[in-house]
Design a protein around this ligand. Structure first.
Ligand code: GTP
Ligand code: MG
Length: 310
């Protein structure tokens, strides 16, 4: 890990998958974003997460955030899974509060991936286009049902020439966000390929997939309805949840990321409960072999596949 000041604007943290610094030429390309950055304050905040310091009020999620449209959503229920609520109340969520869940944002150049992330993480909007080179990331801390939880949000380059750098960072994603521009139907068609590329590095069964239409402020009325209808159709084909957002006005941005965080949090807790209840076989005092650490709920014998559903 090398600490560099990439453009003098802010301190940045910079590394590659092999933990080597990027070529300096990548950093010097004036109107572009550097190869890989993550803000130092984010990094410091992330290291504080395990201490359980309070998060800002707008990152506290107490009730399960709702979908954008029931026609293309990953789950319809409006409450946390019973086992998750019980585990949170007992503070029995294992290592979930200590881990970072990886979110990868992909899509064509200029669709607004960086703008979406910056609106959520920094509450800013920049009208000028600065292409992302390679990848960039932000860390956002939440408190969900009383438990600390962090997302590591990876912003990737849409430009073809940077694709090979960006794709090196797809692996290990818990959430894949495929973004397109609501005003440019070609970018919607291309999301199929972006998703296929991301799924080459991740198992579809272990990821939540979102399809996000950006620049909602530029469309209204029938044009917006038409674009959304096409997107919902594709989202169902991709088994993705659909959202329309605007980084410019901020419309739906916080609601969208809250939904992302809540779904991945719930899944992480269920996975953790499952893992802990299915291991640690222990020989008891008498003739019995009993499961150590298994909760009464998990002793009912329900598998994870039935835990995560509506
Ligand atoms: N009107 C409007 N413009 C937007 C919105 N989001 C992004 N833009 C503009 O669209 C352009 C591209 O945005 P970026 O966020 O840099 O796009 P990107 O997908 O990150 O592009 P690459 O990094 O090259 O992959 C910029 O000029 C933004 O100001 C939006 O919600 N509304
Ligand atoms: Mg970008």
């Amino acid at each position: 890990i090398v600490i560099v000041s990439a453009r003098g604007a802010r301190d940045s943290f910079c590394c590659s998958p092999a933990q080597t610094p990027p070529p300096t030429s990548a950093i010097r390309l004036g109107q572009t974003r550097p190869f890989l950055t993550g803000s130092l304050p984010s990094l410091m905040r992330s290291s504080l997460a395990p201490l359980g310091l309070p998060v800002s009020r707008d990152r506290v999620i107490a009730s399960f955030p709702k979908w954008y449209t029931p026609e293309a959503c990953l789950q319809l229920k409006d409450h946390f899974h019973g086992q998750v609520s019980a585990a949170c109340q007992r503070r029995n969520t294992g290592t979930v509060g200590l881990r970072l869940s990886k979110v990868v944002v992909v899509g064509d150049l200029y669709v607004g991936k960086t703008s979406l992330i910056h609106r959520f993480c920094k509450n800013v909007f920049d009208r000028d286009y600065k292409a992302t080179i390679g990848v960039d990331f932000e860390i956002e801390r939440f408190e969900i049902a009383g438990i600390p939880y962090s997302l590591q949000i990876w912003d990737t380059a849409g430009q073809e020439k940077f694709k090979c750098i960006a794709s090196a960072y797809y692996r290990g994603a818990q959430v894949i966000i495929t973004a397109f521009d609501l005003t440019d139907v070609q970018t919607l068609a291309h999301t199929r390929q972006w998703l296929a590329d991301a799924l080459r590095e991740n198992a579809a069964s272990s990821c939540f997939i979102f399809l996000v239409g950006t620049k909602k402020d530029l469309l209204s009325g029938a044009a917006c309805e038409q674009a959304e209808a096409e997107a919902v159709h594709l989202a169902n084909e991709m088994q993705a949840e659909y959202w329309s957002v605007s980084a410019k006005t901020g419309e739906n941005v916080k609601a969208f990321f809250s939904r992302v965080a809540a779904l991945s949090f719930e899944h992480s807790v269920l996975q953790d409960l499952e893992r802990r209840s299915s291991t640690q076989l222990q020989v008891g005092d008498g003739d019995l072999i009993r499961m150590k650490g298994s909760s009464p709920e998990s002793q009912e014998g329900r598998g994870l596949s039935s835990l995560g559903c509506c």
